[in-house]
Design a protein around this ligand. Structure first.
Ligand code: SF4
Length: 215
């Protein structure tokens, strides 16, 4: 489902949080982390100020003036998809106040899951927060204790130390995942498996949607 297919609904007089810039929405399975394999409706918001050089969704960085959608319409689309989980991702979704979006999703019975770098202030009401810190713009200190899941992207060996530095800031109950950066998967996967054997507090996350050719 593309932006064009869903249309663009902006209500005259709406406040900023009643409309959001959307890059794309689609129904798929969660390919990463604790909810890997679960069906979900994904809302990929547009805009990111983090700038990871290996980002695989660079096309989501730009906010298209024609891509603002009504939050109520977004929530209706999520509910109509039949999914039980709405995953809000980006881009960096916390560039925006997500209070109204999560309220609208919850009022329709959906669980709200967030995928964020944590580099902007947390807003919204969440059933699950996946924090994926990036060196290029590290998380704000307050989000660490809110995270249900810590997902560290491993691009090279120095990222294991970066992963441990972040893991020291989350709660004991927070799930810890190491995930190879997709373009480096063949090079780093064996290193990650070896690391997890020696550090069993970590789990392996693979982007299984990419192996399956899913969005
Ligand atoms: Fe890409 Fe996410 Fe990094 Fe933004 S935070 S540049 S969307 S990987």
């Amino acid at each position: 489902m593309s932006t064009g297919a869903l249309g663009n609904v902006v209500t005259c007089g709406a406040t900023y949080t009643e409309i959001l810039p959307v890059h794309e929405c689609f129904r798929s399975i969660q390919g990463e982390g604790h909810y890997q394999g679960k069906a979900a409706f994904f809302i990929r918001l547009a805009g990111c100020d983090v700038g990871c050089h290996w980002c695989d969704v660079k096309e989501s960085w730009t906010v298209d003036a024609s891509g603002y959608w009504s939050v109520q319409y977004l929530a209706e689309q999520a509910a109509a998809s039949g999914a039980q989980i709405a995953v809000i991702t980006g881009g960096e979704p916390l560039l925006y106040d997500l209070t109204f979006l999560t309220a609208q999703l919850k009022s329709r019975g959906l669980k709200t899951h967030l995928e964020t770098s944590g580099s902007s202030p947390l807003s919204g009401e969440w059933d699950w927060i996946c924090l994926s810190p990036k060196k290029f713009k590290p998380p704000l200190p307050t989000i660490f204790t809110q995270a249900n899941e810590l997902k560290m992207i491993i691009f090279n060996k120095s990222d294991f130390l970066w992963a441990e530095e972040n893991a020291a800031k989350v709660t004991v109950s927070c799930k810890r995942f190491l995930q190879p950066e997709w373009s480096r998967e063949k090079k780093m996967l064996a290193e990650i498996v070896h690391y997890i054997k020696d550090h069993p507090q970590w789990e392996l996350s693979l982007q299984i949607h990419k192996y399956l050719g899913l969005p």
